[in-house]
Design a protein around this ligand. Structure first.
Ligand code: SF4
Ligand code: SF4
Length: 289
């Protein structure tokens, strides 16, 4: 296999844990929707110009109730921002803060934030004053009380973002008077870049609905490499610059200079690399020599 024959970097081994995700307080994740009838899906689908009421503040009776017992799905850009915020490597972040789960309907693992080992199972970043990583909180936390989905039209192969208004019953913010549209809410929460990055990732994730790994499965060498390239940017940087990779692929000098220092650029480069090596999808950023 041309990809790994000269690989000399040691990678952290992970064993993807097969487990059913237990029902929790709230599930926050982006969903990929493959249907001709999005109007039949659960939750209230919000149109672009439609308004919804919401306000969250520290005096509200449910303050901090939502940041516990969550199935909080983390996407690659969430991990880039959180590990930068915590001043640790992506490897350390994955070791300390996540559960890796393989759902039966997908061939790429999901990454969930591990809740603290206390009775209410709070988010590890929650204190009585609120969120300690607020300006770098994950996409799902920014987008809440909306949930973002991608609607895939199988006939045209076009993808569009759709949003659902889905606050849990205990969330009192939905009874406040302040009104938003999808756009004004995303701007207020500084979620625009997060929503874009997550949509970009979900386009790739959708490809994993079919098994690309063969008998080795996602725990095989290629599966682990793909996980590293998308979720573990610091390991992937070592792989790019310290293995034989740059001899085996043509990558522009400008791209190499950028990905050497810029984690988000490296993450997007990793997406392109995975598309190339797993499905043979050509990329302007990288091609085999
Ligand atoms: S209003 Fe909703 S989002 Fe805000 S603290 Fe209460 S439950 Fe959480
Ligand atoms: S990251 Fe912050 S906003 Fe998100 S669940 Fe944790 S404490 Fe709440």
């Amino acid at each position: 296999m041309l990809l790994f024959e000269q690989l000399n970097i040691q990678h952290r081994t992970f064993n993807i844990e097969h487990r059913i995700i237990e029902k929790s307080n709230t599930e926050t994740q982006m969903k990929y929707i493959e249907t001709d009838k999005p109007e039949t899906l659960a939750g209230h689908k919000i149109e672009r110009q439609e308004k919804f009421s919401f306000r969250c503040h520290s005096e509200i009776s449910c303050f901090n109730q939502c940041c516990r017992n969550l199935n909080l799905f983390l996407y690659p850009y969430d991990i880039v921002r959180l590990k930068q915020r915590l001043k640790i490597s992506s490897d350390q972040f994955l070791d300390r803060y996540v559960d890796i789960v393989l759902r039966e309907t997908n061939f790429f693992p999901e990454v969930l934030l591990s809740m603290a080992e206390n009775d209410p199972k709070t988010c590890p970043f929650l204190t009585s004053d609120g969120c300690t990583v607020y300006t770098d909180r994950p996409d799902a936390c920014r987008t809440f009380p909306l949930e973002q989905g991608l609607y895939y039209n199988a006939r045209t192969s076009e993808t569009t973002s759709v949003y659902f208004f889905k606050p849990p019953d205990f969330c009192m913010g939905q009874h406040e008077k302040q009104q938003w549209t999808i756009e004004t809410w995303a701007e207020d929460q500084q979620a625009v870049i997060y929503n874009q990055m997550t949509a970009h990732w979900s386009e790739i994730k959708r490809l994993f609905q079919d098994n690309p790994w063969g008998p080795a499965g996602p725990n095989g060498a290629l599966g682990k490499m793909a996980f590293m390239a998308t979720y573990n940017v610091d390991r992937f940087r070592d792989f790019v610059f310290k293995s034989s990779m740059i001899k085996r692929y043509s990558i522009k000098k400008k791209t190499l200079n950028k990905i050497k220092k810029d984690d988000a650029a490296l993450m997007k480069f990793g997406f392109e690399w995975v598309k190339l090596v797993v499905w043979g999808i050509a990329s302007a950023l990288i091609r085999p020599v």
